[in-house]
Ligand binder design. Structure first.
Ligand code: NDP
Length: 315
């Protein structure tokens, strides 16, 4: 019996080699050299080739190398009866906390505007407010959409840094220091109160296009947006419109509908948009492999590992 590593986007060979250190009682195979398809019981995947998972008759579980599973469920032939486990590992989570914290601090301190000014030789030391009245972290409310593994830990990190933090999830959460909201009223409230809004929702039929003209209009005037969820959460034209009108002050975008972001996309050249090439966070080989090994051991023992994807909820 075997574990098949299959990826069109990651170095599956390196992952297989790292998992080899764990002496699991299964052969490790790397697509396309997968041997007998009947022998594959577990598939570890990052953007697997379409149709591959459906062609494995004895597959018992799919383990995602990434936190999201849209790279698996976008395959129209994805076998819906096979459980999918999302990647949940401390390196990936901490990487996201670091990334969002740095973006929120940059926005809070006006760093993107200072850098723009420096490039143009503009000396303006009053951009952050009247001299001596510049806001400190305690004066800046940050909202997080999604309070799961990523959003929940990002919210805790922002609280530790001293920001007033709001969070919104499907169910009402309880996180020390975070004003936790849910439901449509909670959504309107987080939009209205956040000066910096961070999107860490998963992509589902309910969350697709959630950041649109109507939601931007409900956001506080001058607010900034950080999107590290998925590109499909945002209606691109509506965001550009909100920035052009001056209603939103800036968008820091790490994820896009089409990646890499096409050369002619207006985000590249918009003066109020900062583009990152989907680097918010990534699974770390050492801690990610340890998480994979633990999940596979649990599966072999008949237990259920963490991170089980629920196809009905969509995340
Ligand atoms: P989780 O599944 O742990 O958390 C999802 C959160 O979103 C939960 O709090 C959930 O609510 C909430 N949620 C889901 N649907 C809704 C809804 N309809 N209304 C309100 N809240 C909702 O996911 P992760 O935190 O691990 O990851 C989140 C996303 O971050 C990933 O799907 C991926 O898209 C993105 N990501 C991006 C990376 C990057 O590099 N840019 C890296 C890693 C992840 P509840 O708690 O009630 O279930």
């Amino acid at each position: 019996m075997s574990i098949l590593f299959a990826s069109t986007a990651d170095s599956a060979k390196d992952w297989a080699a790292a998992l080899g250190e764990y002496d699991l009682p299964l052969q490790l195979k790397v697509w396309p050299d997968m041997g007998d398809p009947d022998a594959v019981e577990y598939a570890v995947v990052a953007k697997p080739p379409p149709g591959l998972l459906a062609s494995l008759p004895n597959l018992k579980a799919i383990l995602s190398l990434w936190a999201g599973v849209d790279h698996i469920t976008c395959d129209p032939d994805w076998p819906r009866h096979i459980p999918i486990y999302r990647m949940v590992e401390p390196g990936l989570t901490l990487g996201m906390v670091e990334f969002v914290l740095s973006q929120v601090l940059n926005l809070h301190l006006g760093n993107y505007d200072f850098l723009d000014n420096a490039r143009r030789r503009v000396w303006n030391n009053a951009m952050r407010g009247p001299y001596g009245l510049e806001p400190l972290v305690g004066d800046r409310t940050v909202g997080i959409l999604g309070l799961g593994e990523m959003g929940g830990n990002v919210a805790k990190g922002l609280v530790r840094a001293g920001f007033p933090v709001l969070g919104w999830a499907r169910s009402r959460k309880s996180i020390d220091g975070v004003d936790c909201l849910s439901g449509p009223d909670g959504f309107d409230e987080i939009l209205a109160r956040s000066e910096i809004l961070v999107n860490l929702l998963p992509l589902t039929p309910v969350t697709e296009n959630i950041l649109n003209a109507a939601s931007f209009a409900k956001m506080r005037a001058g607010a900034a947006l950080v999107n590290v969820g998925r590109g499909q959460h945002i209606v691109d034209g509506d965001l550009i419109n909100a920035l052009d009108r001056g209603h939103l002050s800036r968008a820091v975008l790490d994820v896009f509908r089409v990646e890499p972001l096409p050369d002619d996309h207006p985000f590249w050249t918009h003066p109020k948009v900062t583009v990152y090439p989907h680097v918010g966070s990534i699974t770390r080989v050492e801690s990610g492999t340890a998480a994979l090994a633990e999940s596979i051991r649990k599966l072999l023992d008949g237990d259920t590992p963490g991170g089980l994807f629920d196809p009905d909820r969509g995340y």
